[in-house]
Design a protein around this ligand. Structure first.
Ligand code: TIU
Length: 225
């Protein structure tokens, strides 16, 4: 495929688009829409909306050049056998994982709330990783899939910046994958955690990865068109 130079912090990067993938973390109705898990945890879910339009632009640009796109969803089996009791028992019993809400059972696979928001809905040939935890590598076949396809670089989008995005980036970094986190394609219920989450990734010479915005990436991708 093609080689791109991508403006990023702490330093610009050279990326081979054939060995890169776009990883979109947990852009699920349960986190972004009222009545789901995010709201059950006491959060203002409207704060995550800002990430949707830039994420959509990057998703469509990646599809256009044939870059591998992988989506993840956080959630559990209907019998909760893969959900740690500590995670399930948090919060109001009527409004916790497995409880019935307006979008079906909260954070349960197959329920409407567990699915990805319509704006970013996966195409049939885009892998969707169902993960029981925060990190996308924990108890999933993501690493196998990336290694089988020779992927070494991940452009990372999704929610929330300091929880599932950060956990996944740290897991990826330990496994030798280079992460480039797209700042405006990520969001948090807590703006200060979004900023801190990004700062932690790029500090110390890019201790966990690099950070850029959707615009610089789209600009680089446009040079391929
Ligand atoms: N609660 C919160 O901020 N996030 C999560 O529980 N999951 C993800 O970040 N996806």
């Amino acid at each position: 495929m093609a080689r791109l130079t991508v403006e990023s912090e702490p330093a610009p990067l050279s990326v081979d688009t054939g060995t890169a993938a776009l990883l979109i973390i947990d852009m699920q109705r349960d986190f972004l829409e009222p009545g789901g898990f995010g709201e059950a945890l006491g959060n203002d879910v409207s704060r995550l909306q800002a990430a949707v339009p830039p994420c959509r632009e990057v998703l469509f640009a990646a599809r256009k050049i044939g870059m591998l796109v992988i989506h993840t969803r956080e959630g559990h089996r209907a019998d909760l056998s893969d959900a740690p009791p500590l995670k399930v028992e948090r919060g109001d019993p009527n409004n916790r994982i497995g409880a019935r809400g307006p979008m079906g059972r909260i954070l349960i696979r197959g329920e409407p709330g567990h699915d990805i928001i319509p704006e970013l809905y996966p195409l049939r040939d885009e892998p969707v990783i169902d993960k029981p935890g925060k990190g996308a590598f924990y108890q999933t076949d993501l690493e196998l899939m990336l290694r089988n396809r020779g992927i070494d670089t991940l452009f990372v989008c999704g929610v929330t910046t300091e929880v599932c995005v950060n956990t996944t980036v740290r897991e990826a970094n330990d496994r030798g994958f280079r992460c480039i986190v797209l700042s405006d394609c990520c969001a948090s219920y807590f703006p200060q955690f979004h900023e801190a989450g990004l700062a932690m990734i790029k500090a110390q010479g890019g201790i966990f990865g690099s950070v850029t915005g959707s615009k610089p990436l789209l600009k680089s991708l446009a040079t391929l068109a």
